[in-house]
Design a protein around this ligand. Structure first.
Ligand SMILES: Nc1nc2c(ncn2[C@@H]2O[C@H](COP(=O)(O)OP(=O)(O)OP(=O)(O)O)[C@@H](O)[C@H]2O)c(=O)[nH]1
Ligand SMILES: [Mg+2]
Length: 213
């Protein structure tokens, strides 16, 4: 990883050991390793408590089938922290993949399925690596997230054949669901955008907590 985490799951689970112990290849071992994380939940919680943190950022595997789509991911997310209102799932729309309507629609589907999995926890959708986009593309993609009819127009214009038909059908479903959460642009290369993201998260927690005060 390009950074050193304060708490590292690899202190508890090492892929090579799992491959050897259970006679698995790297793919099977990665899946089993994800499930085994649950065994160390109390240790992880203890370690987190030692830091007495204001914020905890949990970075999970990019492959959704290893965390979000297994039983353990939502279980772990539910057990960390004190109360659901104090957490948020951040789903990343990678700027590399969402520049065409077809990539945007597929990522929208993934974001929705993650939301179904972590149903008790509010989700924000982030447009990551936003630094690679020029202003016109950035505005276009943010606009798609707010205005699904604009996404349909772009689909009509830029996609062809079956992909166009499917993308239109899928975006119709999202229009009917009324889900138009605006993407929040963010880049690890731009501190200002991380401040904006931080502000956004604070607003989510503040507005949710106000229900209780
Ligand atoms: N331009 C740009 N590149 C980035 C940014 N964040 C990460 N990258 C690069 O993108 C590549 C992939 O990194 P990530 O998307 O973070 O993926 P990962 O965390 O390594 O892998 P998974 O979490 O398993 O998907 C690396 O080369 C990073 O240096 C960003 O904000 N802007
Ligand atoms: Mg990652």
């Amino acid at each position: 990883m390009p950074y050193i985490p304060d708490i590292d799951i690899r202190d508890y689970i090492v892929l090579d050991d799992i491959m050897e112990k259970y006679g698995l290849g790297p793919n099977g071992a990665t899946v089993l390793a994800s499930d085994l994380m649950i065994r160390f939940l109390d240790d992880l919680k203890f370690e987190i408590d030692q830091y007495n943190p204001d914020w905890v950022l949990v970075d999970t595997a990019g492959q959704l089938e290893l965390f979000s789509f297994r039983e353990t991911g939502p279980l772990i997310a539910d057990s960390l922290g004190i109360d659901p209102v104090q957490k948020s799932v951040s789903f990343l729309f990678d700027a590399n993949f969402v520049q065409r309507p077809n990539g945007f629609v597929s990522t929208l589907l993934l974001a929705a399925s993650v939301q179904f999995r972590f149903k008790n926890i509010p989700q924000i959708n982030i447009l990551s690596k936003s630094d690679i986009l020029d202003e016109r593309k950035l505005d276009m993609i943010i606009n798609w997230s707010q205005d699904l009819l604009a996404l349909e127009d772009a689909t009509n214009e830029r996609e062809k054949g079956l992909i166009r038909e499917l993308s239109m059908l899928i975006s119709d479903v999202f229009i009917q669901m009324g889900s138009t959460a605006e993407l929040i642009p963010s880049s690890s290369k731009d501190e200002q955008s991380l401040d904006l993201l931080f502000g956004h998260l604070q607003r989510i927690f503040d507005s949710d907590q106000s229900k209780f005060y």
